[in-house]
Design a protein around this ligand. Structure first.
Ligand SMILES: Cc1cc2nc3c(=O)[nH]c(=O)nc-3n(C[C@H](O)[C@H](O)[C@H](O)COP(=O)(O)OP(=O)(O)OC[C@H]3O[C@@H](n4cnc5c(N)ncnc54)[C@H](O)[C@@H]3O)c2cc1C
Ligand code: SF4
Length: 501
C-alpha cells in the first residue's frame, strides 16, 4: 500500500548536477547518481492513482506506480523486472526522455510538482546493472525464421531484442561504423555515455542478435538480396534528412553547417579519445568543424540545438548565441492552451543552458554575412512575428529591427524533413509521404513482408516512441512469421501523443 501522504511530506528533488566549470571541462554525464535515500524518498511521492494518468503520457505503457512502490519498499529486483516488462532500454529513456509521463502526472493537477518518474526509472535501471549486469535472456527454442533489421537506433534495437527473445534469427544492418543510431553519434556523451549502449549490445549479442556495421542497405547489399536471405525485413532508418535554408543569402559560405555535422564530428572525437580532452573535430573530408575560440550561432530551439550548445562550450567556444523563431514560451503551463495532462509549451531549460550562451527569441536570420573571403563573419537577424494562416506559417520581419551577431560557426538545428531519400526506398517499393515519412498499414507493413518503425515511420520524434514502435512492429513481424503467442504491442501505427485537440 503506497504512502498516501508521501507527496505532502517530501518536495520534488533531483540530484544536484555536476558544477558547470567541472562538467564543461569533460564529456561525462551531467547528472551524478541520485543515491538510494533520495530516490526512495522521491518514489514515496507517488500516490498510486486509481487512474494513473502518467500511463497515458507514456507510449510504452510503463507500469509507473508499480515500480515507484517497489522502489519505495526497497524491492529493487522486482522493480527492474516491472520496468523491463514494458521497456527494453530504461537506461536510455531514464536519461534522455523529456518525460511526457511527468507532464501527465496527477500531482501536476493539484498544483504540486510531478513525481520524478524518469529519475526513478534510471536509478532502477542502473542499480540492476551494478548488481548483476544485464542478464541475457536468450530464446530456449529457435523458430527457424529470420529477420533483417535495417538501422540500429532505439527502434531497430528494441525490435531486434523482442524478435530474438521470441526465437527468431535477427541480423541488424547499420551503415555507420558503430551500432546505436542517434544514440551513438547524434546525442553527446554528456547526455548519454556510450558505455550504456555497449552494455546493452553485449546483452543483445548474447541473446543471439547479429550486427553488421558498415553496410548500407540499398548500396552494399540490395533489397532483393536481403529479402532472399530473410523471411521479413524491418526498416528503422530514422528521419535524418536535416531541414536547410537554401534561400537565405550567404548559405553556401564556409562555416555554415547542419547541426548534425557538428554533433557527429564532436561525438566521433569523444569516441576516439575515450574520456580525454577534446581534439579538433572535423567533417569526413577533413574540414574543421570545431567551436574552439569561435563565435557560434545556433539556429533552432529544440534538443539538437541544446546539444550543439553543450558541445560548443565543451570545445571552448568564445561565445554562443542560440536563435529561436518563436517568442519565449511561458515559465508555466498555460492551461487554456495546453490543459493537463497534455504536453505543455513551456520554456525548457536544458542543463546546457545553465552552462552559458545567450538565447534570443522571436528572430529570424536574414543573411549569413561574408567576411570577403567566402567565410561567414556574422548573421544578420531581424525581430519577427509568426502566425499560422490556413496551416501555413507566415513569418513577418519588423522593419528597422535588423542587427548583426558575430559568427564564425553557424549551426542549423531547424528540424528534420523525414527519412532520407536513398536507394533503399525504391528497392523496397516504398515512398516518402508529404512529411518525408514512410506510411504503413495497421500491421506495420509498408510493403509485403517489409515493416517500418521509429522515426522513419513517425517522423523525427523521441526515443520512447522509437522503442514503443520497435516493440509493436516486432509483435507484428512475430505474427506474420507464424510465431506462437503474441508479443507486446504498446502502440498502433496511428497512435499520437496525448493532445487536447
Ligand atoms: C541531436 C539529437 C538529440 C536528440 N535528443 C533526444 C533526447 O534527448 N531525448 C529523446 O527522447 N530523443 C532525442 N532525440 C530524438 C531521438 O534520438 C530519435 O527519435 C531516435 O533516435 C529515433 O530512433 P530510430 O531508431 O527511429 O532512428 P535513428 O536513431 O535515427 O537510427 C536510424 C539508423 O538507421 C541507419 N540507417 C539509415 N539508412 C540506412 C541504410 N540504408 N542501411 C543501414 N543503416 C541505415 C542510420 O545510420 C541510423 O544509425 C534527439 C535527436 C537528435 C538529432
Ligand atoms: S500519475 Fe503521478 S502520482 Fe499518480 S500513479 Fe502516476 S506517477 Fe504516481
Amino acid at each position: 500500500m503506497p504512502d498516501p501522504n508521501g507527496f505532502l511530506r517530501y518536495d520534488r528533488r533531483l540530484p544536484a548536477r555536476r558544477p558547470v566549470p567541472v562538467r564543461i571541462s569533460d564529456w561525462r554525464e551531467v547528472y551524478p547518481p541520485a543515491g538510494e535515500e533520495l530516490i526512495r524518498e522521491q518514489a514515496t511521492r507517488c500516490m498510486d492513482c486509481g487512474i494513473p494518468f502518467c500511463h497515458d503520457g507514456c507510449p510504452l505503457g510503463n507500469r509507473i506506480p508499480d515500480w515507484n512502490d517497489l522502489v519505495r519498499t526497497g524491492n529493487w529486483d522486482a522493480a527492474v523486472d516491472s520496468l523491463h516488462a514494458t521497456n527494453n532500454f530504461p537506461e536510455f529513456t531514464g536519461r534522455l526522455c523529456p518525460a511526457p509521463c511527468e507532464a501527465a502526472c496527477v500531482l501536476g493537477l493539484g498544483g504540486q510538482q510531478p513525481v520524478t518518474i524518469k529519475q526513478v526509472e534510471v536509478e532502477i535501471a542502473d542499480a540492476a546493472v551494478a548488481r548483476d549486469g544485464l542478464r541475457p535472456r536468450p530464446a530456449s527454442v529457435s523458430t527457424g525464421r529470420s529477420v533483417a533489421v535495417v538501422g540500429s537506433g532505439p527502434a531497430g534495437l528494441a525490435a531486434a531484442q523482442q524478435l530474438a527473445r521470441a526465437g527468431h534469427t535477427v541480423t541488424v544492418y547499420e551503415r555507420d561504423d558503430a551500432i546505436g543510431g542517434l544514440l551513438r553519434y547524434g546525442i553527446p556523451d554528456f547526455k548519454l555515455e556510450k558505455q550504456h549502449i555497449d552494455k546493452r549490445l553485449a546483452q543483445l549479442t548474447a541473446e543471439g542478435v547479429r550486427f553488421r556495421t558498415g553496410v548500407e542497405v540499398g548500396v552494399d547489399v540490395t533489397a532483393e538480396q536481403l529479402r532472399a536471405e530473410h523471411d521479413a525485413v524491418l526498416l528503422a532508418c530514422g528521419a535524418l534528412q536535416g531541414r536547410d535554408t537554401p534561400e537565405t543569402p550567404g548559405r553556401p559560405l564556409r562555416g555554415v553547417h547542419q547541426a548534425m555535422a557538428h554533433l557527429v564530428a564532436a561525438n566521433r572525437v569523444v569516441a576516439a579519445a575515450g574520456d580525454g580532452k577534446p581534439a579538433l573535430a572535423t567533417l569526413p573530408d577533413g574540414t574543421p568543424i570545431d567551436a574552439a575560440g569561435k563565435h557560434v550561432v545556433i539556429i533552432g530551439g529544440g534538443d539538437t540545438a541544446a546539444d550543439c550548445l553543450g558541445v560548443a562550450h565543451r570545445q571552448g567556444a568564445a561565445g554562443v548565441h542560440q536563435l529561436d523563431l518563436y517568442p519565449q514560451p511561458p515559465g508555466e503551463r498555460d492551461a487554456e492552451r495546453d490543459p493537463w495532462p497534455t504536453w505543455p509549451w513551456v520554456l525548457r531549460n536544458y542543463p546546457a543552458h545553465e552552462e552559458g550562451g545567450e538565447r534570443v527569441f522571436a528572430v529570424a536570420v536574414q543573411e549569413f554575412v561574408d567576411d570577403g573571403t567566402g567565410q561567414v563573419r556574422a548573421v544578420r537577424i531581424a525581430e519577427v512575428t509568426v502566425e499560422k494562416v490556413d496551416g501555413r506559417r507566415i513569418v513577418t520581419a519588423l522593419p528597422g529591427s535588423e542587427r548583426e551577431i558575430p559568427a564564425d560557426l553557424v549551426l542549423l538545428a531547424i528540424g528534420f524533413e523525414g527519412t532520407e531519400e536513398q536507394p533503399l526506398l525504391a528497392q523496397f517499393g516504398v515512398t516518402r509521404n508529404r512529411r518525408g515519412a514512410i506510411d504503413s498499414r495497421p500491421d506495420w507493413q509498408a510493403a509485403d513482408g517489409v515493416f517500418v518503425a521509429g522515426d522513419m515511420h513517425r517522423g523525427a520524434s523521441l526515443i520512447v516512441w522509437a522503442i514503443a514502435e520497435g516493440r509493436a512492429a516486432a509483435a507484428a513481424i512475430h505474427t506474420y512469421l507464424g510465431g506462437v503467442g503474441d508479443l507486446p504491442a504498446p502502440v498502433d501505427p496511428a497512435r499520437q501523443p496525448l493532445a487536447a485537440r
